[in-house]
Design a protein. Structure first.
Length: 95
């Protein structure tokens, strides 16, 4: 298994991409996950920037996918869905 070398002269974004491969998350949620993983702030920002640059992190796209899932699978009403997306770190204008 390859070790994450982001911020150590290697390719940035590897940890962020692994997280995003499992689940679409907001930029806020990804930033929190990377911080919980113990990455220094500079590496967290490098991971976020790399994920955005590669097109893997897109709040509009992931909010739309999450909203569809909430409505289709959970039968959520619009107001409840909006509140949930904001709670998950999406900006109100994106959600």
């Amino acid at each position: 298994m390859r070790r994450n070398t982001a911020g150590r002269g290697g390719e940035s974004g590897l940890r962020a991409l692994r997280t995003l491969a499992r689940r679409n998350v907001s930029t806020v949620a990804l930033r929190e996950a990377l911080r919980r993983a113990g990455l220094p702030e500079q590496e967290v920002e490098a991971e976020i920037q790399a994920a955005v640059r590669l097109g893997a992190l897109d709040d509009r796209r992931s909010a739309a996918a999450r909203a569809r899932a909430l409505v289709v699978k959970g039968g959520w009403a619009r107001d409840a869905m909006l509140a949930r997306l904001v709670q998950q770190g999406y900006a109100r204008d994106v959600a």
